[in-house]
Design a protein around this ligand. Sequence first.
Ligand code: AHR
Length: 502
Amino acid sequence: MEARVTAHARFTIADIDKRLYGSFLEHLGRAVYTGIYEPGHPTADENGMRRDVIELVRGLDTPICRYPGGNFVSAYDWEDGIGPKENRPTRLDLAWRTSESNQVGIHEFAAWAQAANTEMMLAVNLGSRGLDAARNFVEYVNHPGGSYWSDMRRKNGRSDPWNVKLWCLGNEMDGPWQVGHKNAAEYGHLANETAKALRAFDPGLELIVCGSSHSNMATYPQWEATVLEATYDQVDYISLHMYFENYQKNPHEYLALSKKLDRYIGTVSGVIDYVKAKLRSKRQVKISFDEWNVWYHERKNDDKRMKEWSWPHAPALLEDVYNFEDVLQVGCILNTFIRRSDVVRIACIAQLVNVIAPIMTAPGGPAWRQTTYYPFQFASLYGRGTALDLDVACPSYDADVASGVSYLDIAGVHDERAGTLTFFAVNRNASEPIAIDLSIEGFGAAKSVEHTVIKHHDLEARNTAKNPDAVKPRKADGAKITAGSVGLSMEPHSYSMIRVKL
Ligand code: AHR
């Protein structure tokens, strides 16, 4: 099979916000306890944080990390996580039916974020609580001193404010599973009043209002319209979430799901424009896709176990072990975000450690990279700059979820400072290689090309503690530059990163 791709310097989409490569850590399962935090672990630092995990997170160069939830935040009292650890209460977490020891709270997470070289993106509880708890939390985190909550922070050992810019106004408030779930009008009103109060404190905050939990929700996309009409002039982003599953073990359909993601983004972008026009607003709200990932490997099993257990602390939960096929899926998802980077400014892989995550740990033992670590790492490290509007001519197939799904999924990024073009590509075809003719126009001469491949003959191949390198990238040769074009071949069902030095 053959594909022709043209990248032209004049055809661009947007300057990518680096926060497109954000991440997420929730008080859920072993994400925090025995994930990032494990006092007594051989690599633990003075705060009890695992240095081996910090190193792996630093390797992803994820610029923001959303915290503390997720469903967890909708019944979370942030004050439980401050002050002397021995005085912190153990609470029942209603979202995941577990116990929360509160040994990690905002101070510990902030220190970890600094060590991991990432900025905090915080969520307030608009489920069981509301405006008052939210404004107090923001004051605690961001006010220099001389007020009740900021002085409390100082007393608790942190004199400087953390100056967190990004705040989520609750989480998935459209979901009936959420503690304190609301309808769109109720939530829209509460989110708007909370946003006004937070802006009274600091007009420079970046505020994210909840959109739909996924595009299958019965209330989608009316939810977005109602919520945005209530909040449009107070918020900067609307949040979307989507998880990908392959219960049918059908790669053909599974790898077409990013078309559904693309439609979802397009629809919400249309709703944003509709509300903007209706309100005659000058403001441009954008999308924060702050939860996305593959999530299905352990889901049914987890749902069953959660019903049976009795409030354990930090049990293994949502510990999907990703396979090689998921590398292809994550590649297609990230490519979709790059191609939509004019409207999707922020995105967070959900999650970061142990819980549907690219990084896994064994308590007292090693930490390792899941298969999906690599496509995320490549996009985060090399997908910064200007997203290119590529012209792609390649045979396609029809799936249930969408028709005209190109066998070649490709996104391109121009990093002017580094003088590079980087292309991320997935061959969706199970049996045929794709010979790609990549024409580079208007950028000056291509000097060299580097081709990195992730390929395994078994779609089910996984990385585990015992075999952490079963799936990993390798350098390929064979990519050639001739007269302004790069020629290369992609194996069936494979992922490629192609880096061209200009
Ligand atoms: O990431 C796991 C869960 O998925 C989050 O807690 C919730 O927001 C979503 O439903």
